[in-house]
Design a protein around this ligand. Structure first.
Ligand code: PEP
Ligand code: MG
Length: 569
């Protein structure tokens, strides 16, 4: 069976399906033999404790002491004689099945914790739910997936992957993933590209049609998934995989080459990263800098609280040091929208993507923002740091954010801390309002980086997470090109540089137009850099400028695509 999806991170994989889906339990009350149920309960408790111990051990390599504490809380609960004896009493007194008794006891414990006026006890309610869910699964023989336990080659099939799922992926065994929802710019797609794992997203009903253990071909070049393929299909795709990998290998000769056009115009090709670990990919793929460090992942990977100033300082310093004087653009916290934190509850909003997020949150919670700014300014002594603010809509927002930066910089200098000589302070252009007013922003911002993932989402009013409206993700629509031109021209009018860190920067059909429009820096997933360099080195800037001017005058995205393809012939 073939399913169509969106190729989110290119490559081909052929492996067994690992379904990452929580089992759905339907617990019904039954009359049951007391002795049998008590014995079943004993066994399930033992297995639950062993399972949690094993998960904790596997997680120990990647998590801090503080993060591991969650497993201790679960172990304490699973070992708590009070909970077990309440379940046993119910089995003995009411003659009911163990999973039903567990559910009843769990419900009353959760209700009790949730009614308490104390955050600590409220959190315990979540622990009870986790532990008793595992216990019930063990009672009925249902399997809870565990990414850290995978020990053979698989393709993961899931509704979507959260950042903590992707953080647990073992690249040795995870050959790719396919998700039911999402688009090219959803966060699981972005993570797949930075991990260089092939991925197809937006595969619709894949969870209904793929079973654990099925053989699956993931074609993340053309955006398709084949479940239980024929021998012939396996043969064809094995060849396609070899060819893909050979082409990738051949690009390696460009690692140390310049990104320069045939008529001598040089641009900068940089990499997008989500953690210091991703610097490896940028360097091995010949990145000339980091054009976007999405710091929110640092926050999302914390279990109990916002990361401290020191923790952040270490992460930023590591990236700056490893980039060894090359430009590193670090974006301040862009949280909210679809990006949630385990330890902070965002207010319920009708439209979270249009709501309390990114710099809006930071300007409200200046305590959290100042901590990040201090960590960044301290790290600036170790390389060439550019700081940028996300989701700037108005000049007032930019001025407020920059004023906080200046204040913290002055504070640190007064404290005798060494800071970098020149820290550039710029902004993302990802809200149409800021693109339209780019010439004014450019008087105060040191640089722009165009965030096309959001710029397109907001211009087209099309949720970037929804595969239903993914046809409106149209980077080459003339309307988007005109906004991009406004941003670039705005920056240049004040002698500033303009980059792009949205996915459009790594799009092979968009690159010639962006070059023609005068973009200075292209920042993309590390795995796209060499392909982009090959393309840039084959183009003439003068010709692309002429072509881009024509592109701006087209009517539809299809017209622009045709124009670009003709000009590349
Ligand atoms: C963007 O919006 O284009 C961008 C780079 O930021 P993010 O994808 O993290 O929203
Ligand atoms: Mg964005």
């Amino acid at each position: 069976m073939v399913l169509k999806g969106i190729a989110a991170s290119s490559g081909i994989a052929i492996a067994k399906v690992y379904k990452l889906q929580q089992p759905k339990l339907t617990i019904v009350k039954k009359e049951a033999d007391k002795e049998e149920e008590l014995a079943k309960l004993d066994k399930a408790f033992t297995k639950t404790i062993n399972d949690i111990e094993a998960i904790k051990q596997r997680a120990a390599a990647n998590l801090s002491e503080e993060e591991l504490a969650i497993f201790d809380a679960h172990l304490m609960m699973a070992n708590d004689p009070e909970m077990k004896s309440q379940i046993q009493d119910m089995i003995k007194n009411d003659g009911v099945n163990a999973e039903y008794a567990t559910q009843e006891v769990a419900n009353s414990m959760v209700a009790m914790f949730e009614s308490m006026d104390n955050d600590y006890f409220k959190e315990r309610a979540a622990d009870v739910k986790d532990v008793t869910f595992r216990l019930q699964c063990n009672l009925v023989g249902a399997i809870i997936p565990d990414l850290t336990a995978i020990d053979e080659e698989v393709v993961i099939v899931a509704e979507d992957l959260t950042p903590s799922d992707t953080a647990q992926l073992n690249k040795t065994y995870t050959k790719g993933f396919a998700t039911a929802i999402g688009g090219r710019t959803s966060h699981s797609a972005i993570m797949a590209r930075s991990l260089e794992i092939p991925a197809v997203v937006g595969c619709g009903n894949i969870l209904e049609v793929a079973n654990h253990g099925d053989l699956l071909i993931l074609d993340a070049v053309d955006g398709a998934v084949i479940i239980n393929p024929s021998e012939e299909e396996v043969k064809v795709y094995t060849e396609k995989k070899v060819k893909f990998e050979e082409e990738k290998e051949a690009l390696k000769i460009l690692v140390n080459q310049k990104s320069v056009t045939v008529d001598g115009h040089e641009v900068e090709l940089a990499g997008n990263i989500g953690s210091p670990k991703d610097v490896d990919g940028v360097l091995t793929n010949g990145g000339e800098g980091v054009g976007l460090f999405r710091t929110e992942f640092l926050y999302m990977n914390c279990e109990t609280d916002f990361p401290s100033e020191d923790e952040q300082f270490e992460a930023y310093k590591e990236v700056l040091e490893r980039m060894n004087g090359k430009k590193v653009v670090i974006r301040t916290l862009d949280i909210g929208g679809d990006k949630k934190l385990k330890y902070f509850t965002f207010p319920e909003e009708m439209n979270p993507f249009l709501g309390y997020r990114a710099v809006r949150f930071c300007l409200d919670r200046t305590d959290i923002f100042r901590t990040q700014l201090r960590a960044l300014i301290r790290a600036s002594a170790y390389g060439r740091l550019c700081i940028m603010f996300p989701m700037i809509a108005t000049l007032d927002e930019f001025r407020s954010a920059k004023a906080l930066f200046e204040e913290e910089k002055a504070n640190l200098i007064a404290e005798g801390v060494k800071v970098g000589e020149k820290i550039e302070v710029g902004m993302m252009v990802e809200i149409p309002a800021s693109a339209v007013l780019a010439d004014q922003f450019a008087k105060e911002a040191d640089f722009f980086s165009i965030g096309t993932n959001d710029l397109i989402q907001y211009s087209m009013a099309a949720d970037r997470m929804s595969e239903k409206v993914s046809y409106l993700y149209q980077p080459l629509n003339p309307s988007i090109l005109r906004l991009v031109k406004m941003a670039i021209d705005g920056a240049h009018s004040q002698g500033k540089w303009c980059g792009m860190c949205g996915e459009m920067a790594g799009d092979e059909l968009a690159a010639p137009v962006l070059l023609g429009l005068g973009l200075d820096e292209f920042s993309m997933s590390a795995s796209s850099i060499l392909r982009a360099r090959k393309m840039i080195r084959s183009l003439s800037k003068a010709e692309m400028t002429e072509m881009a001017n024509k592109a701006l005058q087209q009517e539809t995205m299809a017209d622009v695509v045709e124009l670009v393809k003709n000009s590349l012939k």
